[in-house]
Design a protein around this ligand. Sequence first.
Ligand SMILES: Nc1nc2c(ncn2[C@@H]2O[C@H](COP(=O)(O)OP(=O)(O)OP(=O)(O)O)[C@@H](O)[C@H]2O)c(=O)[nH]1
Ligand SMILES: [Zn+2]
Length: 220
Amino acid sequence: MYETLPVATVRTQVTVPIRFPDGYGTTARVFSFNGLVDGREHLALGLGDWAGPPDRRAAGGPAPLVRPHSECMTGDVFGSQRCDCGPQLREAVERIAGVGGFLLYLRQEGRGIGLYAKLDAYALQDAGLDTYEANLALGHGEDERDYTAAAQMLAALGVERCALLTNNPDKVEQLSRLGVTLTERVPTGLYVSPANAGYLEAKANRAARKPDAPFACSRP
Ligand SMILES: Nc1nc2c(ncn2[C@@H]2O[C@H](COP(=O)(O)OP(=O)(O)OP(=O)(O)O)[C@@H](O)[C@H]2O)c(=O)[nH]1
Ligand SMILES: [Zn+2]
């Protein structure tokens, strides 16, 4: 469990009241870290009964719900309808606050290629390429995300086992390989709109991305 991971530590934690435009509100404990392998400013939001008495973390206690959320400035901040990141972020905060756990806000804009490159990829998609072809045409991989820092963050937070809120098999596979014990995968919602239907269809047609593909989930 985590033996081979470089050690990261919690740098600062602060309490942040959260309120969404629709009125939903909660309180988050926001954590920053030292020692993350990629040097990026990833954040963890502790929500709901995220800490609990220490014995809740022991084997047999309820596992926290964790969503590794890849940054999407256009969707998360500006409400872009080209993807479904904004509604998924909103859903994750409320669901995790309800049961206790962490939202890992990972600075992996554009599936790891960065914001400007994602906008370049959007331009290519407007010219007819799908979301994966556009990345390749720009000389990038289809998905360049690496979840080592996410595993380091969970280790620093003392989370050895968790339920993972995602439809993405790669997150499950990578985090399992990195030493996180996943008790279950909890599917996140799909939010289809006229503007993102083609994007979601391209994802669904990728066999490796199919939400119902078998997962390498270790169940304690
Ligand atoms: N390169 C590129 N990145 C995109 C595009 N649309 C969304 N993204 C990025 O994709 C990431 C979100 O990935 P998704 O595959 O939608 O969802 P996921 O987070 O991997 O999987 P879930 O946990 O199931 O939601 C964010 O970093 C977005 O910025 C696109 O067309 N091109
Ligand atoms: Zn998005």
